[in-house]
Design a protein around this ligand. Structure first.
Ligand code: SAH
Ligand code: SF4
Length: 375
């Protein structure tokens, strides 16, 4: 009797493990899901229903799909899992409406995702999610906490989408609003997880998914040149953001090792291609590091570098990262740098800091060591 009970427990555990190891249904785009459903002999309106449950409502249990026949759910469950990621920690900023989520993935890895609320005129609110694309990052920029936490792996499509769905679920507990904007500025380098990034964008944009307009999506890259050329050809009217941070190769090589592979000349050429091909303005991110890249001679180099390009500069006063060895410039230096750009015809804004008290600001996201999973 005892042995039977033991065997039964093992069987249940194994079934659970097998289920968790199956591919995730959320990895399928519309066409792939429709093909699977048709292959099971079902009409295509079922594909629409299932797609909406998975990609719009973010269900994690089969029985939540209330209008889908049990037989179809059972057939799908033999090949796919819905097991999502779990929110294991939620920190709310006391300074602003920023919320940081620590999410545990199916293999026990953890990532961070941030929700930022911005007030807009006419009472309309913007709710922006800062999305991660990799567990850690292998590019090791000198000022970035993510780079310091090592690289583990790329995120799967369902894990990229799952972040937005998890935030929407959380939001629905206290607000009628849902996520309106996305910035791919969380952990990792989006263009080094190219295929999963693009597939996720297509699904996020789908009318039966979250239906988020490409114009409300920004993708930030440290300057992966081949990825910029590829993305320019996808016909996606999204906002490209380039993490520039230095106006010459010598300094950029020191701050961002990726610059040795793709130096500024090649990066700028790719940016010109982007602008011509998409007719869209590029956002350049420039962290201001006290007395490293914030003097007016460097502002002038930056103006020269961006000449002839449809560009915006986002100035980001450095957010503190332990052991990085940098500090934030004084307000005066920040304002002077900005003024120089503006006076020389380069549109520049100072990016408001969000969630710094919960280490949710740009560059402060990292894999969690607290669970003993650090490299
Ligand atoms: N890997 C991509 C996407 C991450 S975006 C990229 O680098 O573009 C994260 C943004 O925050 C980038 O612009 C990055 O350069 C910036 N950042 C990193 N560390 C920072 C810090 N300590 N303070 C302010 N911004 C930082
Ligand atoms: Fe990676 Fe971007 Fe951080 Fe550089 S700034 S280490 S590319 S996440």
């Amino acid at each position: 009797m005892r042995v039977d009970k033991f065997a039964h427990t093992i069987l249940i555990k194994e079934r659970k493990r097998a289920e968790v190891n199956r591919p995730h249904l959320g990895d399928l785009d519309w066409n792939e899901l429709e093909a699977v459903i048709k292959g099971l002999g079902q009409p295509s309106f079922r594909a629409k229903q299932v797609f909406q449950w998975v990609q719009q409502k973010g269900v994690t249990q089969w029985d939540e799909m209330t209008n889908v026949p049990k037989s179809l759910k059972e057939a799908l469950a033999q090949h796919y899992t819905l097991a999502g990621m779990t929110v294991i920690k939620r920190d709310e900023s006391k300074l602003d409406e920023t919320v940081k989520y620590l999410l545990e993935l199916r293999d026990g890895e953890t990532i961070e995702t941030v929700l930022m609320a911005y007030e807009q005129q006419l009472g309309r609110e913007r709710r922006t999610v800062c999305v991660s694309t990799q567990v850690g990052c292998r590019l090791g920029c000198a000022f970035c906490a993510t780079g310091k936490s090592g690289f583990k792996r790329n995120l799967e499509v369902n894990e990229i989408l799952g972040q937005v769905l998890a935030v929407n679920k959380d939001l629905s507990k206290w607000s009628s609003a849902s996520v309106t904007n996305l910035v791919f500025m969380g952990m990792g380098e989006p263009l080094l997880n190219y295929d999963n990034l693009v597939k996720s964008l297509v699904i996020l944009n789908h009318p039966d998914g979250l239906n988020i307009s490409m114009r409300r999506i920004s993708v930030s890259t440290s300057g992966i040149v081949p990825g910029i050329y590829r993305l320019a050809q996808e016909e996606m009217p999204l906002v490209l953001a380039i993490s520039l941070h230095a106006p010459n190769n010598e300094l950029r090589n020191r701050l961002m090792p990726i610059n040795r592979r793709y130096p500024l000349e090649e990066l700028l050429e790719a940016c010109h291609y982007w602008a011509e091909r998409t007719n869209r303005r590029i956002t350049f991110e420039y962290i201001l590091l006290d007395r490293v890249n914030d003097n007016l001679k460097q502002a002038q180099e930056l103006v020269d570098l961006l000449r002839g390009l449809l560009a915006n500069v986002n100035l980001i006063p450095f957010n503190s990262v332990a052991d990085a060895g940098f500090s934030q410039p004084s307000r005066n230096r920040v304002m002077a740098f900005r003024r120089y750009l503006e006076e020389h015809g380069v549109a520049a804004v100072i990016r408001e800091e969000k969630g710094s008290d919960i280490a949710a600001a740009c560059g402060q996201l990292r894999r969690q060591e607290m669970r003993g999973k650090g490299d």
